[in-house]
Design a protein around this ligand. Structure first.
Ligand code: MG
Length: 265
């Protein structure tokens, strides 16, 4: 699949592309360095809503990858921006961590448990029965239900951790109301990243390790896509999907030389 559109903007997933948990994937640091040196616009995308971009930049630095915090786009930021556009200076009851609470404050939202416009659910490791109960009652009273991302579980060294999608399912079961999810695979995550960069879909490439999140949302946002095989997808699995990435590479190391290439697809 070759075309002759140039690539001005790169979006890349984080986990499974640049890092595995805390460990850098070989080539990730070089890839980020060549992106910075190229002067091209880029954002590192993550559905993780626990951390602020500053926290994530520090964690990536700890792994040997130097990404400026301005170049990190989380589902928490996308959620806050979406809500600020939908209902400026609104109010929300937030179940989540600093990454989400900070993002909501930064767009001018008031956090309240009294008649909020929205209940906003993000990732947290400290879910409480009390907070979930409050969220359920507020949704029953008319608060709109938003969740940062639908991921049902996440990895940890000790094994599976329940994630935002699982807690959202609990609230949905109790209320009969489904949340609107902002993070991948909603292409809104890509559109908001493009808006943030003032970039255009035709000249943007999305790099990811998952077909059912990174590649489908990139595709639906009109981007060209690159699947790396360092994450959760093997080469054999790609053919099972009814859609395909523009390109498949072994790892991010294979992208280093493509950043300066005018026709990398
Ligand atoms: Mg990933």
């Amino acid at each position: 699949m070759t075309d002759h559109r140039r690539v001005d903007t790169w979006l890349t997933d984080m986990d499974g592309v640049l890092v595995h948990e805390e460990d850098a994937i070989p080539g990730a640091s070089e890839f980020v360095e060549v992106l910075k040196a190229s002067g091209k616009r880029f954002l590192v995308l993550t559905n993780n809503s626990i951390f602020t971009p500053r926290d994530l930049a520090a964690r990536l630095r700890g792994s040997g990858i130097d990404v400026p915090e301005q170049a990190i786009w989380t589902s928490a930021l996308a959620t806050a921006q979406f809500l600020a556009e939908q209902r400026p200076e609104g109010s929300a009851y937030v179940v989540g961590e600093a990454g989400l609470v900070t993002a909501m404050h930064d767009v001018g939202y008031v956090m309240t448990d009294r008649d909020p416009d929205y209940v906003v659910l993000g990732e947290t490791r400290t879910y409480s029965f009390e907070a979930i109960t409050r969220a359920i009652r507020l949704i029953e009273k008319g608060a709109r239900f938003i969740a940062t991302n639908p991921d049902p579980s996440g990895p940890s060294p000790a094994g599976t951790l329940p994630a935002t999608g699982s807690v959202a399912a609990l609230i949905s079961t109790a209320t009969g109301r489904q949340p609107y999810y902002i993070g991948k695979p909603n292409p809104l995550m890509m559109r908001s990243a493009l808006n943030r960069l003032d970039a255009h879909s035709e000249t943007t490439l999305m790099v990811g390790d998952r077909m059912d999140t990174d590649i489908i949302s990139g595709l639906e946002a009109g981007l060209r896509t690159v699947l790396v095989l360092t994450g959760s997808t093997s080469r054999a699995q790609i053919e099972h999907f009814p859609y395909r990435p523009t390109r498949v590479v072994d790892s991010v190391a294979d992208l280093v030389e493509l950043v300066g290439d005018p026709d990398p697809s």
